[in-house]
Write a protein that binds this ligand. Structure first.
Ligand code: ADP
Ligand code: MG
Length: 335
C-alpha cells in the first residue's frame, strides 16, 4: 500500500487488486483501516475471480452440467442480481458470457479474432436461463456442460458498494473509492468531488507514467457513483479493426454501434456497473431513452464523432474541457 497526503488534506491510499489500480481517498491518516479495506477487496476478488483455477465462481463453473454448488452470500447475491439483469428483454448484459470471454481473451495474452465456428459454438453455452439458483441451499447450478459465469462486468460495482457500507459503518462519510475506474464518492468538504471523464483512447497514467491524462470533461458530484463502459478500456487491433471487451450476447462479437462509451451516474455502483454495460449495448437511440426513463440513474453518452448526450444534470454538474467535443441536445440532434 502507498499513502500520500496532498495539499487539500486528502490522503490517497493506492494498491493494485483485481488487475486494476485501486485508490481510496480519505481525510485522515489511518493505514490500519485502509489495510483492512484492501483486505476485504482482496477477499471478494478471491471468491469472484474467473482468472484463476480456483474461486467460488470457478467451483460453480467446474461443476457445470454435473451438480449444484453451495456458495457464500456475496457470490449468491451477485449471481442473483446478474441473472436478473441478463433476463431483461433484449439485454446485452449476460452473466453467462464466460465461454465467449474465454475464447476472445481480450485484454489478455494471445487475444485474436477466434474462428467464427468457435464463436457460434460458444454462443450455445451462454443462455442465462440455464443458470439454476436455489435460495434455501444458496446454491448455483449451471445446467449445461461447458457453461461459465463471468462476474467481470459487475464485481467492481458490488465491491465498491460494500466498501462504502463499511466506511459509513465506521462513521466515515467523506471520501472516494476508485476501483479501476469504477468510482463511488461519499461526501466532500467542498460539497463535491470532481471526477475526470477520460477522453476515449487517450493514455492512462497507469499505462504510461509520463502521459498527460486527457479528459473530455469533469463530473462534479458527491454521494454518487460514476461508472463507464467503453470500447477503449480493453481492446486489440487486427487487420485495422478494433475489437473491444464488451461482447454482444446475440452475435458473440464486440458490440458495435455509434458509441465510444456510456457513463452512468447512480446512487449504488452496482447499478452503474450493470446499466453502463446494458445501455451501452442498446446504442444511443434506445439507451438514451431507457436512461432518461429510469429515475435512479443518469447517463452521459460519448459518440464516435465526438458528440456528448446527457440525460439530465439534476444530480451532478458537467464541465466540458475538450473542445473537440460538443454537448448535443438529444431532441434536436441530426438523425
Ligand atoms: P471494466 O470495468 O473492466 O472495463 P466492464 O464493467 O465494462 O469492465 O465489463 C467488461 C467485462 O465484463 C469483460 O471484460 C468481460 O469479463 C465481461 N463481459 C463482456 N461482455 C459482457 C456482456 N455482454 N455481459 C456481461 N459481461 C460481459
Ligand atoms: Mg460494468
Amino acid at each position: 500500500m502507498k499513502s500520500v497526503l496532498d495539499i487539500e488534506g486528502v490522503y490517497s491510499y493506492t494498491t493494485v487488486l483485481m488487475g486494476s489500480p485501486i485508490l481510496l481517498k480519505l481525510f485522515k491518516f489511518d493505514e490500519q483501516l485502509v489495510s483492512h479495506i484492501f483486505g476485504v477487496i482482496k477477499h471478494y476478488e478471491d471468491i469472484f475471480t474467473v482468472n484463476r483455477d480456483q474461486s467460488e465462481v470457478m467451483d460453480i463453473n467446474h461443476a457445470a452440467g454435473i451438480h449444484p454448488v453451495s456458495v457464500s452470500q456475496p457470490v449468491f447475491d451477485l449471481i442473483k442480481i446478474g441473472k436478473q439483469a441478463s433476463l431483461i428483454p433484449h439485454s446485452s448484459f449476460n452473466l453467462a458470457i464466460g465461454p465467449l470471454v474465454k475464447l476472445w481473451k481480450i485484454g489478455f495474452k494471445g487475444d485474436k479474432v477466434p474462428p467464427d465456428n468457435e464463436i457460434q459454438e460458444a454462443l450455445l453455452k451462454t443462455n442465462p436461463e440455464q443458470i439454476g439458483i436455489d435460495i434455501p441451499t444458496k446454491s448455483v447450478f449451471l445446467l449445461q456442460q461447458g457453461m461459465e459465469i463471468d462476474l467481470g462486468a459487475i464485481a467492481k460495482g458490488y465491491i465498491a458498494d460494500r466498501v462504502r457500507d463499511y466506511l459509513l459503518h465506521e462513521k466515515i462519510n467523506q471520501g472516494l473509492i476508485n476501483l479501476g475506474g469504477n468510482i463511488l464518492t461519499l461526501g466532500a468538504p467542498t460539497g463535491f468531488w470532481s471526477i475526470g471523464l477520460r477522453k476515449p483512447f487517450s493514455k492512462k497514467k497507469d499505462q504510461d507514467e509520463n502521459a498527460d491524462e486527457q479528459f473530455v470533461g469533469t463530473i462534479e458530484l458527491e454521494n454518487m457513483s460514476v461508472v463507464t463502459s467503453g470500447i477503449y478500456e480493453r481492446y486489440f487491433e487486427q487487420d485495422g479493426k478494433l475489437y473491444h471487451h464488451i461482447l454482444d450476447p446475440k452475435t458473440g462479437y464486440p458490440i458495435n454501434n455509434e458509441l465510444d462509451s456510456v457513463t452512468i451516474i447512480s446512487k449504488n455502483s452496482i447499478d452503474g456497473d450493470i446499466w453502463s454495460t446494458l445501455i451501452f449495448g442498446m446504442g444511443l437511440e434506445k439507451g438514451y431513452q431507457v436512461a432518461s426513463r429510469k429515475p435512479d440513474l443518469e447517463g452521459i453518452f460519448l459518440t464516435k464523432n465526438h458528440e456528448i448526450f446527457i440525460t439530465s444534470t439534476e444530480k451532478f454538474r458537467f464541465k466540458l474541457i475538450d473542445e473537440s467535443y460538443h454537448i448535443v441536445d438529444f431532441n434536436s440532434r441530426n438523425k
